[in-house]
Design a binder for this molecule. Structure first.
Ligand code: MV4
Length: 664
């Protein structure tokens, strides 16, 4: 086996490869960009080399530098992961030219799958079923019309050079054909530099079912069952599972054998995936082949009990496949949900920010988390916004879904928007549970996938108030917190009848609460509603009984901002305070942003003389304004931000030279 390999990737897949390599006693060389200096994959590796600036084109796509690092570090092989250089024929060739093993298929096999029409021709010869249609070189409009006529409607025009759904057009009738063809050709020419088209019968409700194949360099090939990846959004997989619900043993065998024929037709070596369209009537058709280890490989590992990265390493090392076809057994059902930093309520716009609070479900036989990030990491614009893959397994699909729903509820992230609630709604939806799957699933069931908040707003406010109170009580033993209600010893603590007001801001609305502490419980009033509450807080978990209803709920309190995690959803609120305390500000006169937010107003200019307590800057976070005040009299020396700027917590906003007598 290799002594040392280089992992030409980042994030969860780099970590995943390192984990198996270490188990096999192989040393790992990581590469990283400037944005990834402190990344988990770098920390896990035995050594790591800087490639360059954050953009992939200057780091993870720099084939030349990566090969140089492999040679300098003595790595015998390179694992490319997925994405980046994993399906780059030039890179595979460059490895070979430098006597480094590329842990993947031969460059020629990658190249064979580059063109859709060429791939279809190879598959036809290998006896792999194709969607009826035309994939010839003759692209004359007359011939294409005749082929369209032969194929029937609806049909699909696909760019020969396309992929991932780009350059596709559905044609419903011959009367639309000429115009659709011209448009599709124009689009394909612009996007891929090649206007050539395929014609296919359009399947209206297909499923995406793909077979995991593996081949060794002795010519053996096996399939490790299938994955159903029908739940996609804009050609982006969201939820994957294995085995495919409802697929018969015969279909699995036929599809698996077709996939192995497909791989062997291109002299494949290593891990590959053959994607099929699976039609409602049980027929299946070759779609494309991915010549890499895929993101969703863990569901296959869970149902086969095999480590596919270990298989890759063994095969790349020239060993025969670890198992023969009849030794591959399937057990139970696995699901994978891709947790993304994105905003489902804003058209799934990628989200960025700091993973301020990050808790994952406990891992065991049933639950696996593949991730490349830790709490405190930054999710940047530079790379894929996937935070983690949550993988679950159980004896059957229903149990596996229950595990998934439970695990999503235990996955808690604040600081960056995520799709966790969306995944929770999806996995728990009736049509998903009922196996009503096809590639249109998300579009068809939108009404179920964006449910209104489940936690009643008043309840959320009451629980939040408890969290604020109990956290501040817990911090009482620490140096005095001037905002703690318990700092008001005279009026609050000693007089049990004093009702303390609390202002909470949620969803842009201020809520006035009044809290009366009795001997062993609180009476909390919001408007006309009154809540009898008993509560305790241990670390980040609040146990509260509200009018007899018991909650066990976690929260992340940061400055004045609280996020409560409730059954996969989050409840956000902020405690309103009159002002930011002078005591909080740096005594030297450097005034820092107390939280992430934006600058609403800068009320002074450089050179201005200011008095103690004078408001200098107004910030806004979560729609609430905070005044930044001068800690003492002095002169403004520099202002670092302007109105409208976004600032990060801790950033210096303004500096004030304090007058001598004050500064001492
Ligand atoms: C199809 C199809 C229906 N009929 N081909 C989309 C991506 C590309 N690689 C193949 N795709 C499709 N090809 C025929 N003849 C429907 C799709 C399709 C799809 C396929 C798999 C997963 C998600 C999809 C979403 C929309 C359309």
């Amino acid at each position: 086996m290799f002594n040392k390999i280089l992992i030409a990737n980042r994030g969860e897949i780099a970590c995943r490869v390192i984990q198996t390599a270490h188990r096999l006693g192989i040393r790992c060389v990581a590469v990283y960009s400037e944005a990834d200096r402190h990344a988990r994959h770098v920390a896990m590796a035995d050594e790591a080399f800087l490639l360059g600036p954050a953009p992939s084109s200057e780091s993870y796509l720099r084939a030349d530098k990566i090969i140089e690092v492999a040679k300098a570090s003595g790595a015998q092989a390179i694992h490319p992961g997925y994405g980046f250089l994993s399906e780059n024929t030039d890179f595979a060739k460059a490895c070979e030219a430098n006597d480094i093993v590329f842990i993947g298929p031969p460059a020629s096999a990658i190249a064979s799958m580059g063109s859709k029409s060429a791939a279809k021709a190879i598959m036809q010869d290998a006896g792999v079923p194709l969607v009826p249609g035309y994939h010839g070189d003759d692209q004359s409009p007359e011939l294409l019309r005749a082929e369209a006529e032969k194929c029937g409607f609806p049909l699909l025009l696909k760019a020969v050079a396309g992929g991932g759904g780009k350059g596709m057009r559905v044609v419903e009738a011959m009367s639309e054909f000429d115009e659709a063809l011209a448009a599709a050709q124009r689009e394909a020419k612009n996007a891929f530099g090649n206007p050539d088209m395929l014609i296919e019968k359009y399947l209206t409700q297909p499923r995406h079912v793909e077979i995991q194949v593996f081949c060794d360099s002795q010519g053996n090939g096996v399939y490790l069952a299938e994955r159903d990846c029908s739940v996609q959004r804009r050609h982006q997989k969201v939820l994957e599972e294995a085995p495919a619900p409802g697929l018969s043993e015969e279909t699995r065998k036929a599809m698996g054998e077709a996939a192995v024929r497909a791989a062997q037709a291109i002299n494949y070596v290593g891990a590959g995936t053959v994607e099929f369209l699976y039609d409602v009537d049980g027929s299946f058709y070759f779609m494309e082949m991915n010549t890499r280890l895929q993101v969703e490989h863990p569901v296959t590992e869970m149902i086969t009990g095999q480590d596919l990265v270990e298989w890759q390493l063994r095969v790349a090392n020239g060993e025969a496949l670890p198992l023969q076809q009849d030794q591959i057994r399937l057990r139970g059902h696995a699901l994978e949900a891709r947790i993304y930093a994105e905003d489902p309520d804003n058209d799934f716009l990628p989200a960025t920010g700091t993973l301020r609070y990050l808790r994952t479900p406990d891992e065991n036989t049933y639950v696996r988390v593949d991730t490349g990030v830790v709490e405190g990491d930054e999710v940047s614009i530079h790379y894929d916004p996937m935070i983690a893959k949550l993988v679950v397994w159980d004896d059957n699909r229903e149990r596996a879904i229950n595990r998934m729903v439970q695990a999503l509820e235990e996955y808690r992230i604040s600081g960056v928007k995520t799709n966790i609630r969306f995944l929770h709604a999806l996995a728990d939806s009736a049509p998903f549970r009922e196996e009503d799957l096809d590639t249109g699933f998300i579009g068809k069931h939108e009404d179920l996938l964006f449910p209104p908040a489940q936690l009643d707003e008043n309840l959320g406010l009451v629980l939040s108030a408890c969290f604020f109170l109990l956290r501040s009580k817990a911090e009482q033993t620490l140096p005095a917190d001037p905002f703690s209600p318990f700092a008001r010893q005279n009026s609050w603590r000693l007089n049990s009848q004093y009702a303390r007001p609390m202002t909470l801001l949620s969803d842009d609305v201020q809520h006035q609460l009044s809290i009366l502490e009795q001997d062993d419980h609180y009476e909390i009033c919001i408007g006309d509603s009154s809540y009898n509450v008993r509560a305790s807080l241990e670390d980040d978990r609040l146990q509260a009984t509200v009018n007899g209803h018991r909650f066990s709920i976690c929260g992340d309190l940061h400055q004045d901002q609280l996020v409560l995690f409730h059954e996969g959803e989050t409840f956000h609120c902020a405690q309103h305070r009159e002002q930011y305390g002078l005591e909080d500000q740096a005594s030297e006169g450097g005034l820092q942003a107390p939280m992430n937010g934006s600058v609403v107003a800068v009320l002074v200019s450089a050179g201005d003389q200011v008095e103690a307590g004078q408001t200098l800057v107004i910030m806004e976070a979560m729609k609430m304004e905070h005044s930044i005040k001068a800690p003492a009299a002095g002169t403004v020396s520099e202002i670092f931000f302007a109105e409208g700027d976004l600032v990060s917590e801790g950033a210096e906003l303004i500096s004030v030279d304090l007058d001598d007598e004050e500064a001492a």
